[in-house]
Design a protein around this ligand. Structure first.
Ligand SMILES: *Cc1c(COP(=O)(O)O)cnc(C)c1O
Length: 378
C-alpha cells in the first residue's frame, strides 16, 4: 500500500501527535497503559462476531472462543455461576447499559426506569430509544442516589415493577449507589425480589471494586440482575468496547421474543467487533488477580495523594470511597482547558487512571488549580 506524499505526511504527523499526547488524559477515565502488540497481526483479518458466541456460526472468522473466556472471567468476578449467566463484548458501556435496560423492559414492559440525576447522559438517550417510562431521582451531595426520593417517586407513581438503574461509580463524582439499601427499602415497601429489575452501571468501577479490600456491593451475589462495564476505561483498549453480563434466564426470554423475527440473535447490533473480545481476553490473560490489585491500589493511592495535596492548600477536594475520581471546585476556564478536564456545574475532576505511574501530570494540574484558587480568592 502506498499513499501520496501529502497523505503520507498527514499520517506521519498524526502518528507524532498521538505519541506526544498518548498519556495526556487526566480528566477522563481511559487508562492508556495497555499493550496489545501480541494482537497486531490479527488486524489483517475481517473478524466478525455477529450473533452469539455460545452457538454455532458459519461465519468462520469469529473470535467466539475468546469472547466465551472473557465472559467466563467476568462471571467469576461478578459472582454468578457461568452456566446461569449470559453476556457479550459490546461497543462500550452505553451499549451494555442499553442491553440491561432492554432486558428490564422486556421483563416489565410497563415498568418505570428510575435513575439518579448523576447518571451518565447516555441513559436519557437509552430511555428515548427504548421508549421506557422513566423518572429522574434526586442525588445526594456525594453523587449517590437519594434513597428517600427514590422510594417517594416509586410510591407516587404507584409503580409495581420498578426497573432500577444503579450507578456503581458515577461519571462525575465516582459515587456508588448502595444496592443493599435500595433492596432493603424496596422490601420494606412490600416488594418481593421478583417484582423489580436491578441493573448496575459499573462502567469504570466494575474493574476497581473486585480488587479492593472493602468493596461496596455490586455483584450478582449482592442482588443485581445485570451489569455493564466499559473495556476502554479501567482496563484500557485502543478501540472502545465493554462487556455486559446478565442472568441467562432473563436473556432467554428476549431470545424467545426475537425468535419471531430472526434466529437466536440476542445482541443489539448485527455485526460485532471480533478484535475487541481478543483485546479483553489478552488483558485478562496477561494480568493475574494480584496484578490488577496492585494496579488499582496504585491508582487509589494516586487519587488520595491528589486529595491530600489539594486539601493542604485549602482547595476543597474529595473523593468517594474506592474511587479514583478526585472532585474539586471547577477552576478557571484557562486551567480546565489546558489540562483537558471534564467539568460539570460547579465541579471538575481528575481521574487517577493506571497510566499515571508517577505524579508529574497530576502535580502539574494541582499546581495550576492551587494557583488559580489563590488568584480567584485574592
Ligand atoms: C463512561 C460511562 C458510561 C458510558 O460508557 P461508554 O463506554 O463511554 O459507552 C456509562 N456510565 C458511566 C457511569 C460512565 O462513566
Amino acid at each position: 500500500m502506498t499513499l501520496s506524499i501529502p497523505d503520507q505526511n498527514k499520517l506521519d504527523a498524526f502518528w507524532s501527535y498521538c505519541v506526544k499526547n498518548q498519556f495526556f488524559n487526566i480528566g477522563y477515565p481511559e487508562s492508556a497503559d495497555f499493550d496489545y502488540t501480541l494482537l497486531e497481526r490479527f488486524m489483517r483479518f475481517s473478524i466478525n462476531n455477529c450473533g452469539d458466541w455460545s452457538e454455532y456460526c458459519n461465519y468462520l472468522l469469529n473470535s467466539f472462543e475468546f469472547e466465551k473466556e472473557v465472559m467466563q472471567y467476568f462471571s467469576e468476578l461478578f459472582k454468578i455461576p457461568f452456566e446461569q449467566s449470559w453476556g457479550y463484548v459490546t461497543n462500550g458501556g452505553t451499549e451494555s447499559n442499553m442491553f440491561g435496560c432492554y432486558l428490564g423492559r422486556e421483563i416489565f414492559p410497563d415498568g418505570t426506569l428510575y435513575y439518579s440525576k448523576d447518571t451518565h447522559y447516555s441513559v436519557a438517550k437509552i430511555v428515548k430509544l427504548l421508549r421506557i417510562k422513566s423518572q429522574v431521582v434526586e442525588s445526594l451531595p456525594n453523587g449517590e442516589v437519594d434513597y428517600n426520593d427514590l422510594m417517594a417517586k416509586i410510591a407516587k407513581d404507584n409503580e409495581k415493577h420498578p426497573i432500577i438503574f444503579a450507578n456503581i461509580g458515577t461519571t462525575v463524582r465516582g459515587a456508588i449507589d448502595d444496592i443493599h439499601i435500595i433492596q432493603q427499602r424496596l422490601k420494606d415497601a412490600g416488594f418481593k425480589r421478583e417484582d423489580y429489575y436491578l441493573h448496575a452501571d459499573a462502567a469504570l468501577s466494575g474493574m476497581i471494586l473486585p480488587f479492593v479490600d472493602d468493596p461496596q456491593g455490586f455483584t450478582f451475589a449482592d442482588g443485581i440482575d445485570s451489569i455493564g462495564v466499559s473495556g476502554h476505561k479501567m482496563i484500557g483498549s485502543p478501540i472502545p468496547c465493554g462487556i455486559v453480563l446478565a442472568k441467562k434466564k432473563n436473556v432467554d426470554r428476549i431470545s424467545v421474543e426475537i425468535d419471531y423475527i430472526s434466529a437466536h440473535d440476542k445482541t443489539i447490533t448485527g455485526s460485532r467487533n471480533g478484535h475487541t473480545p481478543m483485546m479483553m481476553w489478552e488483558a485478562i490473560k496477561s494480568h493475574s488477580f494480584e496484578d490488577w490489585q496492585r494496579r488499582i491500589a496504585r491508582s487509589l493511592q494516586m487519587a488520595q495523594y491528589a486529595v491530600d495535596r489539594l486539601q493542604s492548600a485549602g482547595v476543597n477536594a474529595w473523593r468517594n470511597k474506592n474511587s479514583i475520581t478526585v472532585v474539586f471546585p471547577c477552576p478557571s476556564e484557562a486551567v480546565w482547558k489546558k489540562h483537558c478536564l471534564a467539568t460539570s456545574g460547579e465541579v471538575a475532576h481528575l481521574i487517577a487512571t493506571a497510566h499515571h505511574l508517577d505524579s508529574s501530570k497530576i502535580d502539574a494540574l494541582i499546581d495550576d488549580v492551587i494557583a488559580d484558587a489563590q488568584t480567584t480568592a485574592a
